[in-house]
Design a protein around this ligand. Structure first.
Ligand SMILES: Cc1ncc(COP(=O)(O)O)c(C=O)c1O
Length: 360
């Protein structure tokens, strides 16, 4: 048998076993839980990694014999270094190295023969050590920070199950979870009806919105292509995120056909300039189809006046998309949700008349 110092962690088989084994102590159940927690913490900190190299195996199905120890060690490394130390403000946000030096630290060469679990665990530790820790309180960024422990477990779960969410049959529980969360999110917006989809990021959400708005105005564009229509023009403030232009290019409408609307000194879209731009496009013989308002612009965090913009969209029959990638979360705040006043007005019976797509 190979020598190992790993499995000196005397773990109870189940949580109930743990409770049962400590029940003779005469402590209350809360006290017992706290004793068990302390014992686990002690065992965790004393635990050492195996010194014996074990080869990686490339199988579609993990086995306890080959992979359990590796998986447990990986999780412990992530918990210790990425989660708890990574979120501790006594540690650095980043141990910066010049790319040339960092290249020397990592052995990143792809090889034709398998390595060992120990090599992978070292790579895991090194990767964490040389990564930015957005969960560290010193990481100050307007767009992302923190580490949500429950979100992390959700992420691990979806990776462990690795389902596709395209049909109920292939992902029953997760489909219902998705529906429920979307329903609650619609309530935050103030919509009694509607649909939703989780998108991989703000840019993609804006891309979907462009496509939905275009489909609404040009339902057979999928078959006929853009050349069957006049030049399609959309409008965003000149402080808006560049993704609307990027996706206008991707979808064959052209970045130049996203007209930039002026902003005021606080970075909000000037509605009179929006009207001027729409009139200009109409005079040019183009087809205006979409306005993208921003709830929290990337640099200044400005909220465009959604109500006034929605009035213009109704007058000119334009789809309204609100990019809430940065500031859409204010809908969950009693104090700040007024900044997005107007999002709720496209609900119920008026849904077919009006067109609002919101990305959060
Ligand atoms: C207002 C706004 N919209 C869209 C995006 C794009 O989001 P992502 O980077 O998730 O694609 C950003 C990102 O900075 C943003 O600030």
């Amino acid at each position: 048998m190979p020598e190992t110092t790993l499995l000196d962690f005397d773990e109870p088989a189940t949580y109930s076993d743990a409770i049962a084994s400590s029940s003779s102590s005469g402590l209350s159940s809360d006290e017992e839980t706290s004793v068990i927690k302390k014992e686990h913490v002690k065992a965790y900190t004393q635990r050492k990694l195996s010194t014996t190299p074990s080869a990686t195996t490339f199988e579609g199905i993990p086995t306890r014999k080959d992979h359990e120890e590796f998986l447990r060690n990986s999780i412990e490394i992530i918990l210790k270094h990425a989660v708890f130390e990574g979120c501790d403000k006594r540690n650095k946000v980043l141990n910066f190295q010049h790319p040339k030096d960092l290249e020397k630290i990592f052995d990143l060469k792809l090889r034709s023969s398998p390595g060992t679990h120990e090599e992978l665990l070292k790579l895991l530790k090194d990767t964490i050590h040389h990564s930015v820790k957005p969960g560290n309180p010193w990481f100050a960024n307007q767009l992302f920070c923190g580490l949500d422990p429950y979100g992390l477990v959700g992420q691990w779960l979806t990776d462990a199950l690795n389902p596709s969410v395209y049909t109920y049959e292939v992902a029953p529980a997760i489909t219902l979870i998705e529906e429920e969360v979307l329903k609650e999110m619609r309530k935050f917006v103030g919509w009694s009806k509607g649909d939703g989809v989780f998108c991989p990021g703000g840019s993609m959400s804006n891309g979907y919105a462009l496509n939905i708005a275009r489909h609404f105005h040009c339902p057979d564009i999928k078959k006929k292509g853009v050349s069957a229509y006049p030049r399609l023009v959309s409008f965003v403030s000149d402080d808006a995120h560049y993704s609307t232009k990027k996706f206008s290019a991707f979808q064959g409408m052209g970045a130049d056909n996203v007209y930039a609307v002026k902003t005021d000194e606080r970075g909000k879209m000037i509605v009179s300039d929006l009207v001027e731009n729409i009139e200009r496009a109409l005079k040019e013989g183009a087809k205006p189809f979409l306005v993208v308002a921003t709830a929290g612009t990337t640099v200044l965090g400005a909220f465009d006046p959604i109500n006034e913009i929605a009035d213009v969209c109704q007058k000119y029959n334009l789809w309204l998309h609100v990019d809430g990638a940065w500031g859409g979360g204010v809908l969950m705040s009693r104090k700040h949700r007024a900044k997005m006043a107007g999002v709720e007005r496209f609900s119920g019976q008026r849904m077919s008349l009006s067109h609002l797509c919101l990305s959060l």
